[in-house]
Design a protein. Sequence first.
Length: 100
Amino acid sequence: MKPNGEYTKENFEIHHKNNPQIWEAFEKYALQVAAKREYFSAKAIFHRIRWDSAIGEIETDFKISDGWISHYARKFMNEHPKHSGLFRTVNRRVSYFNDD
């Protein structure tokens, strides 16, 4: 059984292409965390990005849906294999990340 919905791998690629600043911020903060912690919350990083975009150093009006968190976490760990266990991921029976 395949999930259908907004948060597919294909839609993530479109979202990522249209919002590169989210990845830049996520990667920046994840690397900062990885230098000090073995495990961390990708959702906490999303909250930091939201804070920065609303109040702090990122000047933008984008909104970030929690539906993309697992995609960014997996992208980070794929691109930074040294930190492959930084975020806990779960493969559910019906998942956007199953290849079958």
